[in-house]
Ligand binder design. Structure first.
Ligand code: BES
Ligand code: ZN
Ligand code: ZN
Length: 493
């Protein structure tokens, strides 16, 4: 989407649609503009009283003359109650209406508000615009020719200052990496293989001189004795990969955030074959896509922080040499793990990745993203990711960023007593507990591999894909976690 700006209402360019925002008041409605707007052509609508300017109210008007063929009146609700999130939702709703009407070029009169300030207003509007203005078409062929879907191509902000425009630019950059992550999640599993993820990581190095990528092939993974990653990979015809990407935005500082992503490119469940919902499992590398998206956005924004991304990747498939329930494997850390269920594979590859990061990469803090447990859908549903952490300061800062970005997360406790659920008679630990506290026992399993390093774990199993278009989220891959982490990293500076 191209962005432009104009400071005077009368000097705006031609576009397909002009959008005028309104507040709802006790008496009726108020123009929400920061500059003088000629409302003559919509006077009859205003006077009719039909448009109440409630949140989500949207009326199209077709004036007989004037610069634009269409004008939209957009309701923002009561001025005192406006929030960044309400702006996201209202402007995403507007963009959806534009896309239905195939409008390519729109002009927005920017609302003014005392409580929110120009930058917050710009953030809310532009996040709503960019996050919804996305579609994944690579797998369509005929249907695209019949009815080509459309994205809004140009948005002109009328009456937005320099600071506001800088925010819009930044949001555009971040959302570009959100799209990048969504594309990876939405791609066919047989295309988005471990080798493909490694290629993507190497390409990012070419694009950004500040990112250094190292890829371990199977031989190196064997040499490093990453027994759990190798166990999960046994049934696959693709080799596993272990990817390390380093971005040094502040070389003089020792502060170092390591982000670990689950990169299961397809999860059949293994010999404990999944009985349902397998069609979502091409997205089981969403954790990897998220951390790729974060480092890509951080490098584009030239954030003055040091971030390393670690991704362990394989698919979880079946063949006669697949890893088997009942068998025991030795992890990179040395602890042995009894396999209770081959479908609990994510925690296995993450355990090796986390332990490797702690031993060799000197993290100040470790944060992992993983579509780890179906139990998240039961515990929190699609509106919030699960957050688990051994460090209150880290968890609270992440929760704050979660609120700022409205990528909702809710902290679950790592209840010590539940460690007993993972006891094994034959090995140091078992990879499953029981039905009870399924997401937490997965977190407790991971905790066994990170020592005392401040660590946080996001279980994004219920938030990484959406089953429907919702507010500013598209169907399928959502790219959740990127906006949250960029907000967090910016606050580290
Ligand atoms: N990838 C799944 C978790 C998942 C489920 C993600 C649904 C997205 C949607 C994970 O590997 C898995 O299968 N977990 C098992 C763990 C169980 C065997 C302890 C689960 O949640 O059922
Ligand atoms: Zn699984
Ligand atoms: Zn999985």
């Amino acid at each position: 989407m191209k962005i432009s700006s104009s400071n005077q209402f009368n000097k705006r360019d031609h576009s397909d649609l002009l959008v005028i925002p309104f507040w709802k008041t006790k008496q009726g409605i108020n123009l929400a503009a920061s500059l003088k707007v000629d409302t003559l052509s919509i006077q009859s609508v205003i006077e009719s009283g039909d448009f109440k300017a409630k949140e989500g109210d949207l009326v199209f008007v077709y004036p007989e003359k004037g610069k634009e063929k269409r004008i939209a009146l957009l309701g923002l609700g009561e001025e005192e109650k406006i929030t960044v999130e309400k702006l996201r939702r209202s402007y995403a709703f507007l963009i959806k209406a534009c896309r239905q009407r195939k409008l390519k070029k729109i002009a927005l009169i920017v609302p003014k508000n005392k409580a929110l300030g120009e930058e917050e207003i710009a953030r809310g509007i532009s996040e709503g615009l960019f996050l919804i203005n996305y579609h994944y078409l690579l797998l369509k062929n005929d249907s695209i020719k019949e009815d080509p879907p459309l994205l809004v191509e140009t948005v002109t902000f009328i009456g937005l200052g320099k600071k506001g425009l800088a925010v819009v630019d930044k949001v555009a950059t971040i959302c570009d990496s959100v799209y990048f992550a969504r594309d990876l999640v939405n791609g066919n599993a047989d295309e988005i293989t471990p080798q493909y993820l490694a290629e993507i990581a190497k390409e990012l190095t070419k694009q950004f001189k500040t990112i250094k990528t190292t890829v371990f092939d199977k031989k190196r993974i064997e040499k490093e004795k990453m027994g759990l990653l190798l166990a999960v990979n046994r049934g696959s015809s693709h080799d596993p990969v272990f990817i390390i990407m380093e971005y040094k935005g502040n070389p003089r500082s020792k502060d170092h955030t390591i982000l670990v992503g689950k990169g299961i490119t397809y999860d059949t469940g293994g010999l404990n074959l999944k009985a349902s919902s397998m069609e979502y499992m091409k997205g089981d590398m969403a954790g990897a896509a998220t951390v790729f998206g974060i480092i890509r956005a951080a490098a584009t924004l030239k954030l003055k922080v040091n971030v390393t991304v670690v991704v362990a990747s394989t698919d979880n498939s079946i063949c006669s040499v697949s890893y088997k329930p009942g068998d025991v494997y030795r992890s990179f850390l040395g602890k042995t793990v009894e396999i209770g269920n081959t479908d609990a594979e994510g925690r296995l590859i993450l355990a090796d990745a986390l332990a490797y990061a702690v031993k060799n990469l000197h993290p100040t803090r470790l944060i992992d993203f993983a579509t780890l447990t179906g139990a998240m859908e039961i515990a929190l549903g699609p509106e919030a990711s699960g957050l688990m952490s051994n460090d209150d300061t880290l968890a609270n800062a992440l929760l704050e960023s979660s609120q700022t970005t409205f990528e909702r997360a809710w902290r679950l406790p790592l209840i010590e007593e539940y460690r007993d659920l993972l006891k094994s008679d034959i090995a140091d630990i078992r990879n499953i507990g029981g039905r009870s506290a399924g997401s937490i026992t997965a977190g407790i399993f991971l905790q066994e591999f990170i020592g005392k390093t401040p660590w946080a774990h996001f279980d994004i199993a219920s938030t990484a894909f959406s089953s429907e278009i919702k507010r500013y989220l598209p169907k399928y891959g959502t790219g959740v976690g990127i906006r949250l982490m960029i907000d967090y990293l910016e606050k580290l500076i």
